[in-house]
Design a protein around this ligand. Sequence first.
Ligand code: IMP
Ligand code: MG
Length: 178
Amino acid sequence: MQNVTLHDKSFRPFLTEKEIQDAIKQLAKQLQKDYQDSNPIFIGILNGSFLFTADLVREFEGDCEVTFLRMASYEGTESTGDVQTVLGIKEDIKNRNIVIIEDIVDTGNTVEKLYETLSKEQPSSLKIATLLFKPNAYQKDIPIDYVAITVGNEFLVGYGLDYDGLGRNLKDIYIIND
Ligand code: IMP
Ligand code: MG
């Protein structure tokens, strides 16, 4: 693996495709155990979790529904703290088991907003699954129920994660060079 340059910044290899896929398989096993007979709705948060959601749900055996929500809180490499729902879901989530699928949980602003919004619809359960979790940046009390990989505070790109629109298509994950 080689360094990549996106816009004005360079990034070095951090997690290989294999490490990512192995971690997803482990997380899928936990979801399988907890949800296999309950027809959960997996809600992927766009754009970042499109690849993770696709890979995760393919490891889940049994009935499940998959849908997507769009949120936004990032400009460049820093959270703006201003989270907005851009695109809603049409599925009825009342009395259903819901799993929010995030690419990365950083400050927690996004999951908090999602949690508040979706709770109002009275799902029978509401949990959060994330590929990457930055515990040292996290500022909220909502439990992050399923974490594939715990990371530090550095900015990452690849496998769905972008730097100002670029890098989502990379198979591996890269860390910023400073
Ligand atoms: P939060 O609201 O601060 O938790 O940030 C969540 C969102 O910010 C994620 O869903 C990502 O879209 C984005 N984000 C957070 N950290 C990174 C990163 O290291 N690289 C790329 N995007 C990130
Ligand atoms: Mg995101």
